[in-house]
Design a protein around this ligand. Structure first.
Ligand SMILES: [Zn+2]
Length: 150
């Protein structure tokens, strides 16, 4: 239910797991074992979990602000060091050896332009600072609003 919030918290480097398909009991057990905070829209799950943040807002900006209100010292700066899709820590991408096929998703001029590319060691998606990254940075600048200290 909070998949978008999960991905956006990963842009900030937060270690987040989406509890897709898990029962409430399994979610609470996972949170306890891993020392995680349960973020949920489910009133009952929120009441029975500790620590937990009951998310009321339906829009992403509102949800991020609710998390920040609950954890004012949380990291708010975009780090792009975690895969937004699967949560793994990104690693420097290693270009293919001469003669080996170029990965489809990496810009073909990455080496010539000195583009820094990162790769998810788990799902192997490549990432780099492009227009998408710029949009995400400005999204957060607006979400936190003026006067928010990053
Ligand atoms: Zn990944």
């Amino acid at each position: 239910m909070l998949g978008r919030l999960t991905r956006y918290l990963r842009f900030l480097g937060h270690d987040t797991v989406q509890a897709r398909g898990l029962s409430d009991g399994e979610i609470r057990a996972l949170a306890r074992t891993d020392g995680r905070v349960v973020l949920t829209r489910d009133r009952e799950l929120g009441r029975r979990s500790d620590p937990a943040v009951l998310i009321r807002s339906v829009d992403l900006v509102g949800q991020l602000r609710e998390v920040r209100t609950a954890y004012p010292s949380m990291r708010m700066v975009v780090t792009f060091d975690r895969c937004p899709e699967c949560n793994a820590q990104l690693a420097p991408w290693i270009p293919p050896a001469a003669g080996a096929p170029w990965p489809e998703l990496v810009p073909s001029n990455a080496l010539e332009t000195g583009l820094t590319v990162w790769e998810c060691p788990s799902c192997h998606r490549p990432y780099w600072e492009g227009s998408h990254a710029a949009r995400i940075r400005s999204f957060f600048a607006e979400a936190w609003g003026p006067g928010a200290s990053p």
